[in-house]
Write a protein that binds this ligand. Structure first.
Ligand code: ADP
Ligand code: ZN
Ligand code: ZN
Length: 641
C-alpha cells in the first residue's frame, strides 16, 4: 500500500513549480484536490501520483484534507498540457481544478437562463448521417478514433453530434461538446437540453463561480453526463468520456491566448486518446490540418434548401464603399419588403497592408508569402521574417499610383446606414464587446424577433448562429482579412466568406454579397463558388512548399519591452542559442500598449524540444531581462501571428 502522495501545489510562482511529497490520508488518490501545508501557509494542490517511499532525506508531513476528487486521467492530461505548451504543472493543473467558492445561495442552473429553446424530436437520419454515425459507434466500441465531420452549414452535423452523444450515454459513458465561443453556447445548449434534459451541464469561463461550482457538482455526482461549453469544457470532470464533439473546428478561438496557451482541439485529441474516446471535428470549412490528417465523414449539402448564390462586387469598378450601389440596392429591398440582413465588417485594428485600388494587388513578402505591413516611417515590413523594403510610390504589378491602406472607412458604415436606410434597425455584435453570454443571447434574440433588422459585426456574425429569415449576408471589406500579416490569412478569409454565406437563406432563398478589391484572389473566388476541396488542396500545396503547418509546427517567441533595442537583442540571443530549428526573425511588430514588440518564428518537427530550449534560454536570461523591463512568451502552435 502506498503511504505517500506526490502533490503539485497550485501556485503560479515558477520556483514552487515542482512536486512535493506528503503523507497520505484516507481517500486521497491520484486526482485528489488537497489542502497541504507549504512553507508557512496552506495551499491547494493536486495528487499526481501515489508512492511507497518518500525521496531520500525527506520527512513528509500529512495532507491536511481532501477537497475534491477528479478523474485521474485529467492529471495526465494537465501534465501533458504543461509539457507540450511549455507551461508549469501548477498552472496546467489549475485548468482541471479551478478554485471552488463557498455556496452562498441556491440558484437555478445557468442552463435554464442561457439556453435557446429548440425542438427535441430526433429526425430520421439521412443516409450520409447514418453512415457517419455508424463509423463513430464502431470506433466507440473499439479503441476510439478521430474524425472530420465535413458538411455545409445546415447539412445536419449537430444531429450527428446529438446521436453520437446518445450512443455514448447508451454505453454508460459520457460526452463533451465544444463550441468556439461562449456566445454560441445558448443555441447548442438548447438543442442538447431538448434531447437530454437535465443530463446536460454547461461549462465556460463566463459562468459565475457559484454557477461553475454547481455545474461541476452535478457532473461529479454523475447527474450531468453531457457537458456543453467553450474551450475550458475540455477539462470537464466527467468520468469515462466516450465522445468529444468539436463544433466549428476551424475556429481560432479554440486557442487560449494566455498561459497555458493550449489549443482545445489538440487537447481534445489528447483526451480522446487517453480515454479511448471518439473525437469528432465538425465544420463546413475545415482546417487544412484536419483535411490532411483525419478520416473524413462527409454529409454533403444543405438539408431542405440550397446554398445561396454569391455575388462578388468588384470595388475597383463600383463607387460608394462602404455601401456600394449593389449592396444599397439589396438593403433597400429589405427596407421596403421586410427581411433581415447580416453585414460583416472585418476586425478593427488590423495591421495596415498596402494594396492597389486599380488592380487589387496586395504587397507581400517575397520569402513568406504574407502581406507586408506598413510602418509609420514609410517602410513595409514582414512580421514573420523581418524583411524590410521602402513602400513604393506605384504598384509593382500595374504601375498605378493608387496605392491605399486596406480597411479604411469601415467606421463610416453605421452612419451611412442611418442616413441612407433609416428604416432598418441596426443591431451590433462585436467580438470585442465584453464576453457577456446573456447580453449576447439577448442581442441575438432581438435580431431573431425584429423585422428589417441588420446585424452588424465583426467575425462573430459569421460564426455558427442559426437564424431564420436572413435573406442577405454581405461582407463589407473582404480585403481586410486578406491583408492580415499571417500565413493563415487566406484560410481565414476563405472560412469567413464561406461561413457567412452559410448564414444566409437557411430557410429562404438567400443572397450573399462580397465587396472586394481582389475578386480574383483564390480565397474570394473559391468561396464564391463554395469550392472547399479545391481551396484546401491548393492551400495544402502552398503550405507544403513554404514549410507551414500541418507539414511543420511553428513555435513563436515574443518579447516586449520599453525600448526596441533590448527587445531585438534578447531575441537575437535566443535565436543564436537555438540550433537545429529553422528560425525566422527577429521581426519587429507593432507596439502594443506603448511597449515595443518583436518575434521569432521557428519552423520545426519537434515543437516541444524547440519550446523547451527557448524556455531554458529565456530562463537563463531572466535576471537581465527583468532589469530591462522585458517580458517573453513562448507560444507552441500559435494560431495567429
Ligand atoms: P449543421 O449542424 O450542419 O449546421 P443541423 O444539424 O443544425 O446542421 O441541421 C440543420 C437543420 O436540419 C436543423 O433544423 C435540423 O433539425 C435539421 N435536420 C438535421 N438532420 C435532419 C434529418 N435527418 N432529417 C430532417 N431534418 C434534419
Ligand atoms: Zn496595381
Ligand atoms: Zn517574410
Amino acid at each position: 500500500m502506498p503511504r505517500y502522495a506526490t502533490v503539485y501545489p497550485l501556485v503560479t510562482t515558477r520556483a514552487l513549480a515542482r512536486p512535493f511529497t506528503y503523507e497520505l490520508v484516507d481517500g486521497a488518490a491520484k486526482g485528489a484536490v488537497v489542502s497541504v501545508p507549504l512553507g508557512r501557509s496552506r495551499r491547494r494542490g493536486v495528487v499526481v501520483e501515489l508512492v511507497d517511499e518518500p525521496p531520500a532525506g525527506i520527512e513528509p508531513v500529512p495532507i491536511d484534507s481532501v477537497l475534491d476528487e477528479l478523474p485521474p486521467v485529467l492529471v495526465d492530461l494537465a501534465l501533458w498540457v504543461a509539457d507540450y505548451y511549455g507551461s508549469t504543472p501548477g498552472r496546467a493543473l489549475e485548468l482541471i481544478a479551478p478554485l471552488k467558492r463557498k455556496r452562498r445561495k441556491e440558484q437555478a442552473p445557468p442552463g435554464e437562463r442561457q439556453a435557446l429553446v429548440d425542438e427535441s424530436e430526433a429526425p430520421e437520419l439521412t443516409a450520409e448521417q447514418r453512415m457517419a454515425l455508424e463509423r463513430v459507434t464502431d470506433a466507440l466500441e473499439a479503441a476510439g478514433g478521430h474524425f472530420l465531420l465535413y458538411g455545409e452549414t445546415g447539412s445536419g452535423k449537430t444531429e450527428v453530434y446529438l446521436q453520437a452523444c446518445a450512443a455514448s450515454l447508451a454505453r454508460g459513458k459520457t460526452a463533451i461538446v465544444l463550441v468556439p465561443e461562449i456566445a454560441l453556447t445558448p443555441q447548442t445548449l438548447g438543442r442538447f437540453q431538448a434531447r437530454f434534459g437535465d443530463a446536460v451541464a454547461l461549462l465556460h469561463s463566463g459562468l459565475t463561480d457559484a454557477e461553475r461550482r454547481d455545474e461541476r457538482e452535478r457532473i461529479a455526482r454523475g447527474e450531468a453526463k453531457v457537458v456543453v461549453g467553450a474551450r475550458s469544457a475540455i477539462f470537464a470532470p466527467l468520468r469515462d468520456v466516450g465522445v468529444i464533439c468539436v463544433d466549428e473546428e476551424h475556429d481560432p478561438s479554440y486557442k487560449q491566448e494566455s498561459d497555458p496557451r493550449y489549443d482545445a482541439r489538440t487537447v481534445a485529441a489528447k483526451r480522446a486518446a487517453l480515454e479511448d474516446a471518439v473525437a469528432i471535428y465538425g465544420s463546413a470549412t475545415p482546417r487544412p490540418e484536419s483535411w490532411d490528417k483525419l478520416e473524413r465523414l462527409e454529409l454533403g449539402g444543405r438539408l431542405g434548401g440550397s446554398l445561396p448564390g454569391v455575388r462578388v462586387v468588384d470595388l475597383r469598378r463600383e463607387a460608394g464603399y462602404p455601401l456600394s450601389a449593389p449592396l444599397l440596392k439589396e438593403l433597400g429591398a429589405i427596407e421596403e419588403q421586410g427581411g433581415k440582413a447580416i453585414l460583416l465588417l472585418n476586425r478593427r485594428g488590423v495591421a495596415p497592408a498596402l494594396h492597389c485600388r486599380a488592380c487589387g494587388t496586395t504587397l507581400r513578402c517575397p520569402l513568406c508569402d504574407v502581406a507586408l505591413v506598413l510602418h509609420r516611417e514609410g517602410s513595409l515590413r514582414c512580421h514573420h521574417c523581418g524583411h524590410e523594403e521602402t513602400a513604393p510610390q506605384a504598384c509593382p504589378a500595374c504601375g498605378s499610383v493608387e496605392l491605399a491602406r486596406i480597411g479604411a472607412g469601415t467606421q463610416r458604415l453605421e452612419r451611412e446606414l442611418a442616413n441612407q436606410l433609416p428604416k432598418l434597425v441596426p443591431i451590433r455584435l462585436d467580438a470585442d464587446t465584453p464576453q457577456n453570454p446573456e447580453a449576447l443571447a439577448a442581442a441575438l434574440r432581438r435580431f431573431g424577433e425584429t423585422d428589417r433588422a441588420v446585424l452588424l459585426g465583426t467575425q462573430m456574425v459569421a460564426k455558427g448562429h442559426h437564424f431564420s429569415g436572413v435573406s442577405l449576408a454581405a461582407v463589407i471589406d473582404a480585403d481586410t482579412a486578406l491583408g492580415v500579416p499571417d500565413f493563415r490569412a487566406d484560410e481565414r478569409t476563405f472560412q469567413l466568406l464561406t461561413q457567412l454565406a452559410g448564414r444566409s437563406g437557411r430557410d429562404a432563398p438567400g443572397r450573399v454579397l462580397i465587396q472586394t478589391f481582389q475578386p480574383d484572389s483564390r480565397p474570394v473566388e473559391l468561396a464564391a463558388r463554395h469550392d472547399v476541396p479545391r481551396f484546401l488542396t491548393g492551400e495544402l500545396e502552398r503550405r507544403r512548399e513554404l514549410g507551414y503547418p500541418p507539414f511543420r509546427h511553428l513555435v513563436r517567441v515574443l518579447v516586449s519591452g520599453p525600448e526596441p533595442g533590448p527587445v531585438t537583442r534578447a531575441l537575437e540571443e535566443v535565436r543564436d542559442g537555438m540550433q537545429g530549428a529553422e528560425i525566422l526573425g527577429p521581426a519587429p511588430l507593432f507596439r502594443l500598449r506603448g511597449r515595443h514588440r518583436a518575434q521569432l518564428v521557428a519552423k520545426t518537427d519537434e515543437p516541444r524540444r524547440v519550446a523547451a530550449r527557448a524556455g531554458q534560454l529565456l530562463a537563463a536570461a531572466a535576471p537581465a531581462m527583468r532589469k530591462a523591463g522585458l517580458t517573453a512568451v513562448v507560444d507552441v502552435d500559435p494560431q495567429s501571428l
